[in-house]
Design a protein around this ligand. Structure first.
Ligand SMILES: [Zn+2]
Length: 241
């Protein structure tokens, strides 16, 4: 009986602790204009905007990352850019559900698993996946574990070869981001995608438009950086003067 009470009290304290830790990210309100300082690799942000957890066709990928760690903040211009891009995708990628992965902390600076993402102008987007010509969202629900998924050089998921990266949809989202960035005073400064996967992307109809627009993709990556950019594409933005 005594042990039962101890367990109950500990659980209660854990719950209260979690509630206190999550509260600032549950009740946050976006307002005003953000100010980014420095670079994605060494910077910070003031008055960041919190990404919407859900829109008509997109969702943040992990409640732990969103509410507990608070890695879901971006510059106000990027906030509107992302919303606009998903709105465009409602027309260009009908029926597709997108997932947004880690952004920046509320004040920027170093995060746990990223070397950049420091000034609110970097975002990770989950690769859309396809199986037998239809979107498959089963693996999109892995939360933070999604970062551990591996794909081969043609975009096949290693643990299920019937699942492939949907390169055409991925390309359409990058074009939507490029369009909406321009409308919101930003531009894409760099996209990071595993080097081996870039030819598959550029070979799609919309991939050729990415090439034509000369959107910059990282050309050389260290082995570790290359290895982890298969389940998501990282996009850095810069503010236009
Ligand atoms: Zn990233």
């Amino acid at each position: 009986m005594k042990r039962h009470w101890i367990t109950l009290i500990i659980s209660l304290f854990v719950l209260i602790g979690l509630a206190i830790a999550c509260a600032p990210n549950v009740f946050y309100k976006n307002s005003g204009v953000s100010v980014s300082t420095g670079t994605p690799g060494n910077g910070s942000i003031k008055n960041a905007y919190q990404i919407d957890y859900k829109t008509n066709n997109s969702k943040y990928f992990s409640p732990i990352s969103y509410f507990l760690i608070g890695n879901s903040y971006v510059h106000s211009k990027l906030y509107y850019t992302i919303l606009d891009s998903y709105e465009e995708c409602e027309k260009t990628c009908q029926g597709i559900k997108f997932r947004i992965m880690e952004c920046s902390l509320k004040k920027g600076g170093k995060t746990l698993i990223h070397r950049t993402h420091m000034n609110g102008l970097s975002v990770d987007f989950m690769v859309p996946k396809i199986k037998k010509g239809k979107q498959i969202i089963f693996y999109d629900r892995l939360g933070l574990w999604h970062y551990l998924l591996n794909f081969d050089s043609t975009g096949k998921l290693k643990i299920n070869k019937n699942v492939n990266i949907d390169f055409e949809t991925l390309a359409k989202h990058i074009i939507a981001l490029d369009n909406s960035a321009k409308r919101n005073g930003l531009s894409i400064s760099k996209v990071i995608l595993k080097i081996d996967l870039k030819d598959d992307l550029f070979n799609t109809a919309t991939g050729r438009e990415i090439k034509r627009r000369e959107i910059y993709f990282a050309k050389y990556l260290t082995k570790t950086i290359d290895m982890v950019h298969d389940d998501h594409y990282h996009v850095d933005f810069k503010i236009n003067n």
